[in-house]
Design a binder for this molecule. Sequence first.
Ligand code: GLN
Length: 252
Amino acid sequence: MRKWYGVSLFIATLSIFIAIALVGSTQAADRPVLRVGTDATFPPFEFVNEKGQYVGFDMDLIRLIGAELGMDVRIVNTSFDGLIPGLMANQFDCIIAGMTVTDERAKSVAFSTPYFNAGQVIVVRTNDQSIHGVGDLKGKVVTTQIGTTGQLVVDKMTGLKEHRVFNTVPEAVQEVLQGRADAAVIDLPVAADFLRSQPGKFKIVGKPFTNEVYAIAVRKDNPALLAKINQALKQIEASGKFDALYKEWIMQ
Ligand code: GLN
């Protein structure tokens, strides 16, 4: 009797251990997923490398945030102007896309603590002698990316010959390089990255003429996620990992 009691106790204890181990392992396999919207045509923040992977400053940053939150990151690649509608339609949980905080966007989404300073610059062909600042864009053909702060600021300019809007920044810049347009208006760190990867092809005119900050966007009905992202950002900055990303992607 006593013997059987001992054996059943042993089996019961063992089953509890097995059950705990199983729950532990399924939890590891089914970690919660953070669905992240981006437009991966914006180096050095988000782009697709030769292996077909999503890489860049923002991609590393959001993976660090995912690690802090114990979540697996799933990137959803879409056009820039589809990002806020996609977030609102619950196709993803947040957006990281070199997205500038604007009052207009803040009407529909909530922004995290800003993580990057940027601004718009004018990009022209290396041999251009006629454009030295915003005033010189009068009478010129200017390109931008759809739905961006670049498009917004150029929309407000008067006296341009034409404003052509493209789906991606690389297309907007290509139009200038091919001689079909005179200037592109894009974010400074992206212009600087193109200059590094295609040296001698074009130049950046002067300094940024807007002041912008990038932040991560979440739906307003998800303040819990926003708080977690802000907390993770703090941790990543304090640990020096943020500076390491900056060195790797921005200051090469
Ligand atoms: N920073 C600009 C904006 O928010 C451009 C972003 C982008 O093209 N990915 O509009």
